[in-house]
Design a protein around this ligand. Structure first.
Ligand SMILES: Nc1ncnc2c1ncn2[C@@H]1O[C@H](COP(=O)(O)OP(=O)(O)O)[C@@H](O)[C@H]1O
Ligand SMILES: O=P(O)(O)OC[C@H]1O[C@](O)(COP(=O)(O)O)[C@@H](O)[C@@H]1O
Length: 310
């Protein structure tokens, strides 16, 4: 079983707007609301593969109930802490030029009692799950090193932990050595406090994390694929060109591919094929956090991987 953690879920509201420009009024009847936030997107993609998944985190208010209803409709098992605050919404304006403009609410405030309840729940869920996957930003009220604490507890029980977050929560989290991290280029740049302009910059940037003992480090590069570091090698993952509909959720879909691969015990190269295919398959869909399994199958065979000793 895979446990996904979404501490700051959201209703993702996508508006399809022709020729979007700032400062103008647009009317559209093409929009979609989905249960989202990074970890919930991961959950939906894992569920599409039919692999066992359980979603946890914090939900509250009418938005929280909306998300629970959506998960129930997809038959997704979940166990969230219900909070006094209201779960956030995130807006994605998808324009006809292929761009995505995102407005991400910061989310509700979690109080100490709610946090303690979550820790208790987490400890009990850990016993049921082999792979733990935590994604996204933190709502107010949570300690900035919460991922650090969650990884420590998972490592004690020898569970593999995937961490996909950014900024301080990522910087703190990696101290406890999650099994796998997946920052994109901007997130890596922020983490190391340096600009990244070349592959060499990326190799130099991840060196410290490799030495620290993080098993798999995936730097995702959007339409340029990914660079992945494991066991003394760098894997350059090249992806095919596709017709892009909406890239929001591609990182989450990639993470879902990693989680499924770890659960199934795939070797590294198969894992990189599946996870990259998931990211690209998501970009081919209008809906955020959705992959078509036929597309994934086709893409898996089109991905090229180069293995380089570092
Ligand atoms: N425009 C795109 N075309 C094809 N595949 C994409 C595109 N954008 C993302 N992907 C796929 O999704 C993966 C993750 O995307 P990326 O944008 O790097 O992550 P994030 O959403 O976390 O910023 C990429 O490595 C790639 O496989
Ligand atoms: O938790 P955060 O970092 O605020 O991000 C939330 C947003 O990230 C997304 O999950 C998309 O993330 P990716 O495009 O990186 O996969 C949206 O669905 C969501 O609204």
């Amino acid at each position: 079983m895979i446990l996904t953690i979404t501490l700051n879920p959201s209703i993702d509201r996508r508006y399809d707007v022709k020729d979007f420009e700032k400062g103008k009024i647009f009317r559209t009847n093409e929009y979609q609301y989905t249960a989202g936030g990074k970890g919930i997107n991961v959950t939906k993609v894992i569920n599409t593969f039919g692999d066992p998944v359980l979603a946890t985190g914090f939900l509250g208010g009418r938005n929280g109930t909306y998300i629970i209803d959506k998960l129930a409709k997809m038959n997704i098992e979940n166990d969230f802490i219900f909070i006094n605050g209201e779960t956030r919404s995130c807006i994605n304006i998808a324009s006809s030029d292929g761009s995505n403009t995102e407005i991400l609410e910061s989310g509700p405030t979690i109080d100490e009692e709610e946090l303690n309840k979550f820790y208790q729940l987490y400890d009990s869920l850990l016993d049921k799950c082999n792979i733990i996957c935590a994604s996204g930003s933190l709502p107010d009220g949570l300690p900035v090193d919460i991922y650090n604490e969650l990884i420590k507890r998972a490592n004690k029980k020898e569970k593999k932990f995937i961490l996909d977050t950014s900024g301080k929560p990522l910087a703190k989290g990696i101290i406890e050595r999650p099994y796998l991290i997946k920052p994109n280029k901007e997130e890596l740049s922020k983490l190391i406090g340096r600009n990244i302009n070349s592959e060499e910059d990326i190799i130099r940037g991840v060196k410290g994390f490799i030495e620290n003992g993080i098993e798999v480090i995936c730097i995702s590069l959007g339409d340029k694929g990914a660079l992945v570091f494991n066991n003394g090698y760098m894997y350059r993952v090249d992806i095919p060109k596709v017709e892009v509909m909406n890239t929001v959720g591609s990182g989450d879909s990639m993470v879902a591919g990693f989680a499924v691969s770890l659960l199934r015990g795939y070797d590294l190269e198969s894992m990189l094929r599946l996870s990259s295919a998931c990211g690209t398959a998501n970009a081919m869909e209008l809906e955020t956090g959705k992959v078509d399994l036929d597309n994934v199958d086709k893409l898996i065979n089109m991905i090229k991987i180069e293995k380089i000793k570092i």
